[in-house]
Design a protein around this ligand. Structure first.
Ligand SMILES: Nc1ncnc2c1ncn2[C@@H]1O[C@H](COP(=O)(O)OP(=O)(O)OP(=O)(O)O)[C@@H](O)[C@H]1O
Ligand SMILES: [Mg+2]
Length: 175
């Protein structure tokens, strides 16, 4: 990583790649391993070393505009107001050496897009009961957010997590 130092303050960090953060501290947290990336962010499994819990770390890509950092923070702030068993909890926000990040409840599993791709590739099926049950769980979370005045504005398979045990759940925000 290379810091861009002006007036004695580190203003931005250039990370060579998402992998370059692995093993490093990010504020009070440790970056354990890289999970995935989008156009906007890098997502990691991280750890709070003193509380000894695994957490999700969503890091805004270096070089993102201040507007994007502000959006990330606003989104996290909105999430703190939602308390629902199928909406991820947000624990903290921070900036470390120019990188803006959000600390989230870690959902062990994969997003619905990957889940469906894997299902198709393996030629397996899921029961109608599971489809209806899990869809209604997701809709319940979306309905709750809407009623709280914080509608999800980007509902798509990439923003819905399927837990390891196969249960759907946990909309990954964008509120
Ligand atoms: N709490 C979480 N636990 C585990 N994995 C997560 C969690 N939140 C998100 N992910 C994974 O990381 C990916 C990227 O996260 P997210 O959708 O929040 O970021 P983004 O797509 O960059 O931003 P946005 O959806 O707000 O435009 C998701 O598609 C999902 O696979
Ligand atoms: Mg997303």
């Amino acid at each position: 990583m290379v810091g861009d130092e002006r007036n004695g303050k580190v203003r931005s960090i250039t990370c060579v790649s998402a992998e370059s953060l692995v093993g490093r501290p990010l504020g009070n947290y440790l970056v354990d391993h890289f999970l995935e990336e989008t156009k906007k962010t890098w997502f990691y499994q991280g750890r709070h070393p003193r509380l000894r819990i695994d957490i999700g770390l969503k890091v805004l890509r270096p070089g993102s505009s201040d507007d994007k950092a502000q959006c990330l923070n606003e989104e996290a702030y909105n999430l703190t107001r939602l308390k629902h068993s199928n909406i991820v909890r947000v624990y903290d926000i921070g900036t470390y050496e120019g990188l803006s990040f959000v600390v989230l409840e870690l959902v062990k599993g994969r997003n619905l897009r990957k889940f469906l791709d894997e299902l198709k590739a393996s030629k397996k099926t899921i029961s109608l009961y599971d489809i209806l049950n899990t869809t209604s769980t997701t809709l319940d979370a979306l309905d709750y957010a809407r009623k709280e005045g914080i509608p999800h504005t980007d509902v798509k398979p990439e923003n819905i997590m399927v837990k390891e045990n196969g249960n759907f759940g946990r909309c990954t925000k964008r509120v």
